[in-house]
Design a protein around this ligand. Structure first.
Ligand code: PGA
Ligand code: ZN
Length: 400
């Protein structure tokens, strides 16, 4: 292992045209890694703190960089991440920003892989991991916080569960996206795309279900393997905590009605995946839904768990879900994200490694999904910042 000799931070563009943090990590033996932080729009209340980019860079330069240089080994990811935590001194990275922390953490991992001469997934996963491939969940139609005047449900996700390879799964999702676009056109609904490249038509959720079901069926018949679909409801964004109801435009549902609604959707559309069906504070309602549909579908906590092992422990205690979304920038370091994955797997929860709505061409999450043998990855369907990860998965699968 060689020591980190330089850490550089700069302000670069993300896919929404906002600023984000890019980190370069160099080692004494000439190893190098570069990574960029993503950024959410429908962020969970309990996520680590993303600071304004200039502030995050200045604070990390002041607090973290001096502690990393000439002291920490690039291949020692736990050491790098513990140093970031110690330098920050808070639980939520509010001193240096989770955006600076995650960019440095991921860049150090890439430098460590470079020094070891290994692909990143192998460096992160070790010898006994990395031999199964995740099913990509592809955002096809969406709205919520990711697009104005579109569906209330944030994401309708294709799930090519029967695909024989990552490559075929990736292309199946793209075909479902294309088919949905054609179906929308046939219905006379002009549609732009939202932040993650999903169609963002001004239709109600029930029409989106029709289009999705038809698009999936069309492509399933074409490719000859099973394709299902699922949802990210981003329940915390729908929930009006003052009124205690989930608001869908003019229509509202109280918590019992929401549970009923989601259970009905799972049955009607044979959904394989439902993320954040309920509010991020309501472990109890999550548990009730999981009790009803958890044997048939993944009930996944995103804003509920925010990649945080303490919140996941609470969820496991309460039988709140059977799956966790894992976003490294929600918690701030790769070590913390891997801790969440491991706790999930030990307790029979399926980890789903995920992008954010604001992304970059960074491909770390593709490697993280393979390194942890995660059964699913959520990283979009089309758009350069999404295909960067999908194409990397194809390359990893082919050992390229
Ligand atoms: P975000 O959305 O990145 O805007 O938080 C993604 C999600 O909710 O899964
Ligand atoms: Zn989500």
């Amino acid at each position: 292992m060689t020591k980190i000799t330089d850490v550089r931070l700069r302000r670069v563009l993300d896919s929404r045209g906002n600023a984000t943090v890019e980190a370069d990590v160099a080692t004494e033996s000439g190893g190098f890694g570069r990574a960029k932080a993503p950024s959410g729009a429908s962020t969970g209340e309990f996520e680590a703190i993303e600071l304004p980019v200039n502030e995050a860079i200045a604070a990390a330069r002041e607090e973290a960089v001096p502690r990393l240089i000439d002291d920490v080994f690039a291949g020692d990811q736990r050491g790098v991440d513990a140093t970031l935590r110690a330098a920050d001194g808070t639980d939520d990275f509010s001193t240096i920003g989770a955006n600076s922390a995650v960019a440095i953490s991921m860049a150090a991992a890439k430098a460590g892989a470079d020094v070891a001469g290994l692909p990143l997934f192998q460096h992160l996963g070790g010898t006994f991991r990395g031999d199964t491939f995740p099913v990509p969940l592809g955002n096809v139609i969406g709205g919520g916080e990711h697009a104005a005047d579109a569906t209330h449900i944030q994401e309708f996700l294709a799930a090519p569960v029967g695909a024989p390879s990552v490559q075929e799964a990736v292309f199946a999702n793209a075909a479902v996206h294309q088919a949905a676009g054609e179906l929308l056109e046939e219905r006379g609904v002009p549609s732009a795309k939202g932040d993650e490249g999903a169609w963002a038509p001004a239709i109600d959720d029930s029409e989106a279900f029709e289009v999705m079901a038809e698009a999936v069926e069309r492509v399933e018949n074409d490719v000859g393997f099973e394709i299902k679909f699922g949802l990210d409801m981003a329940g915390a964004e729908l929930y009006d905590s003052d009124a205690g109801v989930y608001q869908y435009g003019d229509k509202s549902r109280d918590t019992d009605e929401q549970i009923e609604y989601v259970a009905d959707l799972v049955a009607e559309y044979d959904l394989v995946y439902v993320e954040d069906p309920l509010d991020e504070n309501d472990y109890e309602a999550f548990a009730e839904l999981t009790e009803r549909v958890g044997d048939r579908t993944l009930v996944c906590g995103d804003d509920l768990f925010v990649t945080n092992v303490e919140r996941l422990e609470t969820g496991i205690e309460a039988d709140a879900a059977n799956s966790i979304l894992v976003k490294p920038n929600q918690i701030g370091t790769l070590s913390d994200a891997v801790d969440a994955v491991e706790l999930a797997i030990e307790n029979g929860y399926d980890p789903v490694i995920s992008h954010r709505s604001g992304e970059t061409e960074d491909t770390t999450i593709a490697h993280l999904a393979v390194a942890t043998d995660a059964p699913y990855i959520k990283t979009g369907t089309v758009g350069g910042e999404r295909t960067a990860k999908l194409n990397e998965l194809i390359r990893i699968e082919q050992n390229a």
